[in-house]
Ligand binder design. Structure first.
Ligand SMILES: Nc1ncnc2c1ncn2[C@@H]1O[C@H](COP(=O)(O)OP(=O)(O)OP(=O)(O)O)[C@@H](O)[C@H]1O
Length: 262
């Protein structure tokens, strides 16, 4: 049955090479409003490359890519205001205070300065960072910096959020808050593209899981559908089965034996 709602993300036959290496080998994907996509795959599978292409950060690919119907190659910027991004490794301006940084990012997205600052302050309070609003980011712990990154991606109320290991460094309480917040955002029609290696979290929060392996999508469905198809119990086991990995015992034993050599 045709879906009457327009896809937020539409990718068709996406291919990308780095030098001689085929990194993406024909990826097809349509993502709809309100979906939380768990985008998973082994190291080097091509996850970050896909996301960077969608964000317009990487060129040189072939195939069709549309975000809100726009082609990242066309250079339009209005649709980019509807996107939020938490990269895995972020360039964050250490010398700025959280207040300065977040206000700056808000203004970049077209928010009035006062509105950006007021929103940033209230988000900081809810993340338990009210006492460091005027402190330099250089003095922040890893988790505090990660919270600032999450806030900076959300400040302008984007319609689609790309998250790469967003919970990295967050304490257990903050993890619960962010997971619940993502579910609420999705329930309001926001689209979440969630890339992570933490299978327990992906299993719980995703409405749909897309597994990329060697530049190809090898599974696409809800956790229940993937479970039924693979006859495995957990997403970690499904991941191991679909990526053909069953050597963890052997490799672990060999690692230990090398470590123990003197
Ligand atoms: N700028 C680049 N130049 C050359 N090769 C690259 C570049 N960026 C990525 N690659 C290669 O493309 C492949 C896919 O990388 P990508 O970062 O998309 O993988 P990933 O699925 O995000 O992996 P991880 O889980 O480790 O983050 C890897 O083999 C990587 O070495």
């Amino acid at each position: 049955m045709a879906n009457a709602v327009e896809p937020v993300i539409k990718i068709a036959d996406l291919r990308m090479k780095y030098g001689d290496k085929d990194v993406l080998k024909g990826v097809d994907l349509e993502v709809y409003p309100g979906q939380i996509i768990g985008y998973i795959g082994p190291n080097g599978a091509g996850k970050s490359t896909t996301v960077k292409i969608m964000l317009g950060l990487v060129e040189g690919y072939s195939g069709e890519v549309r975000i809100f119907g726009e082609n990242p190659k066309d250079g339009g910027i209005d649709y980019k205001r509807r996107i939020g991004y938490v990269p895995e490794i972020a360039e964050i301006y250490d010398t700025l205070t959280a207040r300065e940084y977040l206000s700056f990012i808000g203004e970049l997205y077209g928010m009035p300065a006062a509105a950006a600052e007021s929103k940033a302050r209230r988000l900081m309070n809810l993340f338990g960072l009210e006492n460091v609003f005027n402190s330099r980011i250089a003095t922040f712990s890893k988790g505090m910096r990660q919270k600032v990154l999450i806030m900076s991606a959300l400040l302008h109320n984007p319609d689609v959020l790309f998250l790469d290991e967003p919970l990295s460094g967050l304490d257990a309480n903050s993890v619960m808050v962010v997971k619940e917040m993502l579910a609420l955002l999705a329930a309001q029609g926001k689209t979440i593209f969630y890339s992570s290696h933490i299978m327990e979290v992906v299993e719980k929060i995703s409405s749909r899981i897309v597994l990329l392996d060697g530049g190809r999508i090898v599974a696409d469905g809800s956790f229940e559908q993937l479970k039924e198809r693979s006859h495995e119990g957990s997403l970690e086991e499904i991941f191991n089965q679909l990526t053909g990995f069953n050597e963890h015992h052997e490799i672990a034993e060999q690692l230990v034996s090398i470590v123990q050599e003197v």
